[in-house]
Design a protein. Structure first.
Length: 209
C-alpha cells in the first residue's frame, strides 16, 4: 500500500476544518451534526473520524489554530526593531488572520466573524472549549504585554499604565470589530486601523479659537 504524504494528510485535515467552520458559522454548534460536516466536506465518515472524534474536537482545533496564529504573529512583531505602532500591528495581524480564511464565505460574506460569535455563545456550556480559549487568550495577552513593555522602554508609550491593561484594551478592540462585522456586515481592516490611529493622535491641548 502506497504511503500517504504528509502534504495530503495536511490538506485533508484543512478540508475538514474548513467544512466544520462553515457549518458552525452557518447554523451554530448545537444545530450542526457530524453528518452536516461530512456533507460539507464531501468525505466519508471514516475519512473524517480518522482525524477528529467529533464536534467538540473540531471546534477546539479551530479555536486553537486561530489563537496560535494570532499569538505567533504578535510574538514575531515583538521581536522587530522598532516594533510597529499599535494601529499598524493590529491591522497586519487581523488582515493576515482574515486572509487565511477568505475562501470561507456564507451568502457572499466572510464566515469567520460569524464563526467567532458562535464560538463565544458556546463557551458557557463547554468547559473544554472554555479552557482552550482561556489558554489562547492568556498567551495573546502576554504577547501584547511584551510589545507594550517594548513601547514603554523605548519611550514611545506612557509608562504609568500597566501593560496588561493596554493588552486587554487592544484585544477588546479587535473582538469588538469582529463582532460588528458579524452583526452588520463586512468592513475593511483599515477602518479599525484608522480609528486607532486617530485615537492615538489625541493630545491634551485644546484647539485654538
Amino acid at each position: 500500500m502506497a504511503r500517504v504524504s504528509q502534504a495530503h494528510l495536511d490538506a485533508r485535515r484543512r478540508q475538514i476544518l474548513d467544512a466544520a467552520a462553515l457549518c458552525f458559522a452557518r447554523n451554530g454548534f448545537h444545530a450542526t451534526s457530524m453528518q452536516d460536516v461530512l456533507k460539507e466536506a464531501d468525505l466519508s465518515a471514516g475519512a473524517v473520524y480518522r482525524y477528529f472524534s467529533g464536534k467538540e474536537e473540531l471546534i477546539a482545533a479551530i479555536v486553537s489554530e486561530v489563537l496560535g496564529e494570532v499569538r505567533a504573529a504578535f510574538e514575531a512583531a515583538a521581536g522587530q526593531s522598532p516594533t510597529p505602532p499599535p494601529d499598524e500591528l493590529v491591522a497586519t495581524v487581523l488582515s493576515r488572520t482574515l486572509a487565511q480564511r477568505e475562501s470561507l464565505t456564507l451568502d457572499g460574506a466572510p464566515a469567520f466573524p460569524r464563526l467567532v460569535v458562535q464560538v463565544w455563545s458556546e463557551i458557557p456550556r463547554n468547559d473544554e472549549l472554555a479552557a482552550v480559549l482561556r489558554e489562547g487568550y492568556t498567551a495573546v495577552r502576554a504577547a501584547w504585554g511584551r510589545i507594550v513593555q517594548a513601547y514603554q522602554e523605548a519611550g514611545r508609550m506612557r509608562a504609568d499604565v500597566p501593560p496588561d491593561h493596554v493588552a486587554r484594551t487592544m484585544i477588546a478592540g479587535v473582538l469588538g470589530f469582529i463582532a460588528q462585522q458579524s452583526l452588520f456586515g463586512p468592513a475593511p481592516v483599515e477602518v479599525l486601523r484608522d480609528g486607532l490611529r486617530a485615537l492615538m493622535s489625541m493630545t491634551d491641548a485644546e484647539p485654538k479659537a
